[in-house]
Design a protein around this ligand. Structure first.
Ligand code: XMP
Length: 520
């Protein structure tokens, strides 16, 4: 269901593309509120007043089958502008008696050159040179122009790459303007929003702050809220928001697993306690974690043990407080989108993320998830307006199971200490060289094998430290960061000299896919 009907918006109907989220982000980056809906959601909409435009996403399905995912027909005739992307374009073509065929030998994947055939509101200011480079990912293509439509642009492989029915304000593009590989893709969105849908640029994440605080006040009233605070940006912003709304009635619990980065937990605790004066309880559970993880090598087992233990500890602590009605969580919009399937298919589980799926169910608490409409970048902006310190606001993502999934094989306090020291050097150097904020996520990992080295006149036989640094937009795909050689030289030197137990440093140069960002 649409989350709120409080302002003009663009809705995106999700047909299961991996990059649907990016469409919503592009729209929001242009100052317009957007929501992603499933076909099921859209069938429940009664009032379209606030919906100023509809974007149909791409997806893995094909309209050439007898049964294919489609929106209710009347939506095409509501006089609300529509933009179909990839599968969305093919749906439009099908609806208006075009033909769709499969490319067979000549599927289009990757970059393609887009040439203008006709002027259009959708491509205003796009063709400032002979062609634009766009990102394609399709097997089917529109082979016959649907009724009432005109060709706006073509590639060598597909003539009907952008089509329009100016009268009905229905547009379709075969490529993906939402991905960064498409040159100036945002111009397409800008034109669609402001020239075609004529929606106003009114939405700002900062102006949501007061509404969120008021909503929390209204919901919680004089009851108590409990919150697991990790010191990451999401839970920190949740805690500050709720604290602004209900002050002392917020109880924060920080569980120190011993698997966090060097000094990080203590310093976050001090910030929350002293700077923000939150009611926060610190639980030192590191011994318990190391005991439970003793001799465990399997990554999935590690994740399960850590997740279950966290719930147990949290529950035990929470029971010490009386009359708690609510549990606050830092669930983000991508968590919500990913947990409901657009197409009904169950996407394959690569790794079990322990914090997705929620905290104690047994406790029977009502959930408050104030960030569930927002992307991480938006949460960082919200954090700024709440006065969250930069060291937390700009922190790279950190996985729930912590360093346990960055120590390959058995996890011990000794190995954890070695890794914390190496990671601390790496991250501090990134900050010092102004690289930290250019990278999406960076960390050091500890590989289980020892190798021979030589230091001074002595032979060493120690662990290998793996460095990982990636650029990404949402963690779904990632590229390794291209460090200058001097930086790599310096970092290798500092780690080997500064961390007893490590005599070799390697840099991971795999992207995701085929690799993942974390090691386990
Ligand atoms: P992968 O390794 O799947 O990671 O490419 C993608 C992003 O997810 C983070 N990650 C986790 N985050 N709990 C979390 O909160 C987890 O169990 C978990 N596992 C991976 C990872 O750090 C990266 O940002």
């Amino acid at each position: 269901m649409p989350i709120r009907n409080h302002m003009e918006k663009i809705i995106i109907i999700d047909f299961g593309s991996q990059v649907t989220k990016l469409i919503a982000r592009r729209v929001r980056e242009l100052g317009v509120f957007s929501e992603i809906l499933t076909i099921k959601d859209i069938k429940k909409i009664k009032d379209y007043k606030q919906i100023k435009g509809i974007i149909l996403s791409g997806g893995p399905s094909t309209v050439t089958k007898i049964e294919y995912s489609n929106i209710p027909k009347d939506i095409y005739f509501k006089k609300i502008p529509i933009l179909g992307i990839c599968y969305g374009l093919q749906l439009i073509a099908k609806e208006f008696q075009g033909s769709i065929g499969s490319f067979k030998k000549k599927r289009e994947f990757g970059r393609a050159k887009l040439f203008q055939k006709k002027r259009s509101l959708l491509t205003k200011d796009l063709f400032n040179k002979k062609y634009k480079s766009v990102w394609m990912s399709h097997q089917d293509a529109v082979t016959k122009l649907p009724k009432g439509f005109k060709i706006v642009a073509s590639t060598k492989e597909s003539k009907l790459t952008i089509i329009e029915d100016q009268e009905r304000k229905i547009y379709g593009v075969q490529f993906h303007p939402e991905v960064t590989h498409t040159e100036n893709g945002n111009i397409i969105f800008k034109n669609f929003l402001f020239s075609i849908c004529k929606i106003k640029k009114k939405w700002k994440i900062n102006s949501e702050k007061n509404r969120l605080i008021n909503d929390i006040k209204k919901i919680v009233k004089n009851d108590k809220v409990i919150c697991a605070l990790s010191g990451g940006v999401d839970s920190s912003v949740v805690a500050l928001l709720i604290n602004k709304a209900i002050k002392k009635n917020l109880i924060c619990i920080m569980v120190d697993t011993g698997l966090m980065r060097k000094n990080e937990f203590k310093s976050s605790y001090n910030i929350f306690k002293k700077k923000y004066k939150l009611n926060v309880r610190l639980i030192n559970a590191s011994k318990l974690y190391f005991n439970k993880l003793r001799n465990i090598q399997d990554p999935e087992k590690k994740r399960k043990i850590i997740g279950n233990l966290f719930i147990k500890i949290f529950e035990k602590e929470a029971y010490k407080f009386k009359n708690i009605k609510f549990l606050a969580q830092g669930t983000l919009y991508p968590d919500i989108i990913e947990s409901r399937s657009a197409t009904g298919s169950i996407t394959s589980k690569i790794k079990s993320h322990h914090n997705v799926g929620g905290l104690p169910k047994k406790m029977n608490l009502k959930l408050i998830e104030p960030l569930k409409e927002f992307f991480k970048d938006e949460v960082r902006i919200l954090g700024k307006s709440l006065g969250l310190v930069n060291s937390i606001r700009n922190k790279h993502p950190f996985p729930g199971p912590g360093l346990a999934i960055r120590i390959i094989g058995k996890v011990t306090p000794q190995k954890t200490k070695i890794l914390q020291d190496a990671d601390h050097i790496f991250v501090s150097e990134l900050v010092k060289h102004n690289l930290y904020n250019k990278i999406w996520q960076a960390y050091a990992g500890l590989l289980p094998m020892k190798t021979v080295g030589v230091m001074g006149d002595s032979r060493t036989y120690e662990y290998t430290c793996l460095l990982r640094a990636v650029i990404s937009e949402d963690g779904m795909t990632a590229d390794y960061f291209n460090f200058p050689k001097d930086f790599l030289d310096e970092i290798s030197n500092k780690i080997v000299n500064g961390v007893p137990g490590i005599n070799r440093v390697v840099y991971d140069i795999t992207s995701k896919p085929p690799s993942t960002i974390e090691l386990e």
